[in-house]
Design a protein around this ligand. Structure first.
Ligand code: AMP
Length: 179
């Protein structure tokens, strides 16, 4: 279906040094997303990995996870659940706090977003330490959902996020093995 290679996709991601703070090399995927064939190829590669897996819902992490997650949910013909930054969701919700390099952050999801036994695919743009994705998994599991897999467009494998997420099925399309 696609004629864009994963290597080409990797080349269309831009490195921004010292963003959002000194010492971090930010992987800017907007340069991939703005290219129609690259965006389609990225979503199709993820789709192909999960094509034969039973998925009831995609849970996507704010904000760049929404872009990938929504396109994939449409492609997979399943619903999408937003995992949001605190204070954004209107109805009854659950909350999970996780560690960052400096300090903590939180995510929220609606308490009725997942039903017991549902198979949920968690989607985000990028895995660094894995803390964000782990918080997402915990919330889904607290509601009785099962993690069918965790999908990322980009993995920074030198930060060993997979270790934190041990036991889960993880698929990342584009892998950086060093900074
Ligand atoms: P972590 O919880 O450490 O796995 O961080 C993952 C979250 O932070 C994702 O939602 C990413 O969008 C964002 N993130 C962390 N590091 C980077 C980076 N170097 N470039 C772009 N986004 C990043």
């Amino acid at each position: 279906l696609t004629h864009v290679s994963v290597e080409q996709l990797k080349k269309s991601i831009r490195d921004i040094p010292d963003f959002p703070k000194k010492g971090i090399i930010f992987k800017d995927i907007t340069t991939l997303l703005k290219n129609a064939s690259h965006f389609a190829a990225a979503v199709d590669y993820l789709y192909r990995h999960y094509e034969s897996v039973k998925i009831d819902k995609i849970a996507a992490i704010e904000a760049r996870g929404f872009i990938i997650g929504a396109a994939l949910a449409y492609r997979m013909n399943c619903g999408i659940i937003p995992l949001r930054k605190p204070g954004k969701l209107p109805a009854e919700k659950i909350h999970e706090t996780y560690d960052l390099e400096y300090g903590t952050d939180s995510l929220e999801m609606h308490a009725d977003a997942v039903k017991t036994g549902e198979q949920v695919l968690l989607v985000d743009d990028l895995i660094a330490t894995g803390g964000t994705a782990l918080a997402g998994c915990r919330m889904i599991e607290n509601l009785g959902g099962q993690i069918a897999g965790i999908a990322f467009l980009v993995e920074l494998s030198f930060l060993h996020g997979r270790k934190l997420l041990e036991g889960y099925e993880i698929f990342s399309l584009i892998i950086y093995e060093s900074e």
